[in-house]
Write a protein that binds this ligand. Sequence first.
Ligand code: FPP
Length: 233
Amino acid sequence: MSKKNILNAPLPRHIGIIMDGNGRWAKKYLMKREVGHRSGAQALKRLVKAMTADGFECLTVYAFSTENWKRDEAEVRYLMSLIHEYIQQYIDEAKKDNNRIRVIGDTSALKEGLRDKIEHLEELTQNNDGMLLNIAINYGGRDEIVRAASHLAKNGIDITESGIESHLDTAHAPPLDLVIRTSGEMRLSNFLLWQAAYAELYCTDVLWPDFKISHLYDAVAQFQKRDRRFGGR
Ligand code: FPP
């Protein structure tokens, strides 16, 4: 499928990506896991630029899950400092990139310095009209649903589907259409559980640091061929 055909047909409004395989990519090239994560962060930056240029509406990426704290302490420290470094880069380039950037997840567990940067980035980009980029940090789909339901319960509001939905971290985003997972794994791993109820799934063997816009076009081409019935006939 050529790029032109894809861009002329309806695009998924909201794409979620589970960026998996940084560690295996590093191993393949006999490098440290840290190098894999850094290459993964660069791959994300390139993809965001290309998707924005193509007019995609919204991308949500899984940068750090509520379960990732269980990793080796040094790896957690490295991932957090890498995320901090890239949040700063997104701040520096906010005007030029024109993307609206939001962080989803429970940010209360993050270091104060990182939380301040995130707040600054969100404020700085809130009126941008390029692609909406949601970065999931300390994010878990189950945790998100519990937080939304607790909010309703605490405020004496009936727990309904629309009530929960309007208190999810993605309440500001269009409905999720497509979830992509790299590196050959085929599971959601607690990513956008509620939102993925009727999203299309696409898995590829490509390791995240090697993922390019051409791979995204492959996923979108598949999406455009699917018959979505949302439970109806
Ligand atoms: C999974 O690969 C990847 C992660 C847990 C981290 C994802 C983070 C990035 C792509 C970079 C940082 C993001 C931003 C926003 C700057 P893995 O380590 O589980 O790989 P493996 O399964 O091959 O070991």
